[in-house]
Design a protein around this ligand. Structure first.
Ligand code: HGY
Ligand code: MN
Ligand code: MN
Ligand code: MN
Length: 415
């Protein structure tokens, strides 16, 4: 194979080309949907295995279906720099969320390899397959396993078809012999770095192509179930109904009002269904999701309590019952101050303004909170649109973020 110029893979066009290739792996013909442990995830993982191998890495797929590429350092006793992001997506997703971070990391190591540059530390690229948490209630299982905070109970999570995560891993083809041990010893890890699109409007509003992440907002997720009494839509008088869906509608507006009540807080009901519902049945049951985020963990937990109080009051008034079951509670994760300062040096070295901003979106980096110092590099994305097929990052901005990552890696090797 003709070896391209060392930095070829890091050029915007090459990054954009790989975004398009990876985006082809979907469970839907006309949208990008790649849920964890599906055939689309398997195919994408196999493609990433090939890219990592081409970049001179030893590659395996671990017990939680994370693709792990290792680029050895000069010192066998040296530490390891972890660089990760995810290749699973939401339904009808954008092409860049998660996927760009994996492609950027491989491009940076590819350049090191082409230049035959070896560093005093090893590099491991981690392409996780379970960051979005769409198929199963628990999430971040891949990065939690690497960080050492994985909970075995997550293996018994069931998807909407009743398929457990354990069963899905077996169908994915995880050969237990193939799966290396998971948790990294924090004493052997230099840092965890993640490149990601911002998924918000700030960098575009400021006019910057890249940014330094200061912290990742904490997140609470779970399910609200509302139970009323189903009835005949034609015969049941309005005054005699226990309609679970109209009660849920009032609860959704109350959740929105609480979300709006405090700066920095956001609260979302993203999915709602009336199990066994029909056009001519007064809904007796509703299942809906809840997602609450804030930079402040106290503020987020207080908002969840206010939401639980409010939905109980609405339920009582409407003669239904309501319950919130939390499935994911992740504290806000501050990025490491010295890593942010080092990133700032790379920004300045490359002529970028070292603009710092928080992340409203959750990331695998959160799994390392309090165990391994984390740093994140954001690339601008168009109009801040994400979790939407219109999501877009320009080749120039992807090139800028990848150049920062490469420069940062080289700088860490000089410390
Ligand atoms: O929900 C999130 O913030 C992430 O995109 N999974
Ligand atoms: Mn993401
Ligand atoms: Mn996402
Ligand atoms: Mn994320």
């Amino acid at each position: 194979m003709i070896s391209a110029a060392p930095a070829q893979q890091m050029q915007g066009e090459a990054l954009a080309a790989r975004i398009e290739v990876l985006a082809q792996f979907s469970s839907e013909p006309d949208a990008l949907t790649r849920l964890t442990l599906t055939p689309a995830h398997r195919d994408a993982a196999d493609l990433v295995v090939g890219w990592m191998a081409q970049a001179g890495m030893d590659v395996h797929i671990d017990a939680l279906a994370t693709v792990v590429g290792r680029y050895e350092g000069t010192d066998p006793a040296g530490k390891t720099l972890l660089i990760g992001s995810h290749i699973d997506t939401v339904r009808n997703a954008g092409k860049y969320d998660g996927n760009f971070g994996v492609i950027a990391a491989i491009a940076a190591v590819d350049r090191l390899n082409r230049e035959s540059t070896k560093l005093p530390f090893a590099i491991e690229i981690l392409a996780y397959g379970d960051e979005e948490g769409v198929r199963y209630p628990s999430t971040l299982t891949g990065s939690r396993a690497v960080a050492g905070t994985f909970e075995q109970a997550a293996l018994d999570d069931k998807d909407a078809d009743g398929v457990s995560r354990r069963e899905a891993l077996a169908r994915f083809g995880i050969d237990p012999a193939y799966a290396a041990t998971q948790a990294r010893d924090p004493a052997r890890v230099l840092a965890y770095v993640e490149v990601h699109i911002e998924q918000g409007p700030v960098l575009e509003a400021q006019g910057f192509p890249v940014g330094i992440v200061t912290a990742i907002n904490g997140a609470t997720r779970g399910a609200i179930t509302v139970t009323g009494r189903s009835g005949h839509a034609g015969t049941q008088p309005m005054s005699m109904r226990s309609d679970a869906l109209t009660a849920a509608a009032e609860m959704i507006l109350a959740i929105e009002r609480i979300g709006r009540s405090t700066r920095g807080l956001v609260a979302t009901v993203g999915r709602i269904e009336t199990p066994r519902g029909a056009v001519n049945i007064v809904p007796g049951a509703v299942a809906m999701s809840l997602d609450v985020r804030s930079p402040s963990d106290d503020e987020r937990r207080e908002a969840v309590e206010r939401i639980e109080t409010e939905i109980a009051a609405i339920a009582a008034r409407r003669g239904v019952s309501a319950k919130f079951a939390c499935s994911h509670d992740m504290p806000a994760a501050p990025c490491d101050a010295s890593l942010m300062d080092a990133l700032e040096q790379s920004f300045l070295h490359l002529g970028f303004t070292p603009y710092r901003l928080a992340s409203g979106a959750g990331h695998d980096a959160m799994s390392f909170r309090g165990r391994i110092p984390i740093a994140m590099i954001f690339a601008r994305c168009k109009a801040g649109v994400s979790h939407n097929p219109a999501e877009y990052a320009s080749p120039g901005d992807m090139e800028a973020a990848t150049a920062v990552l490469y420069d940062f890696i080289r700088m860490l090797s000089r410390e």
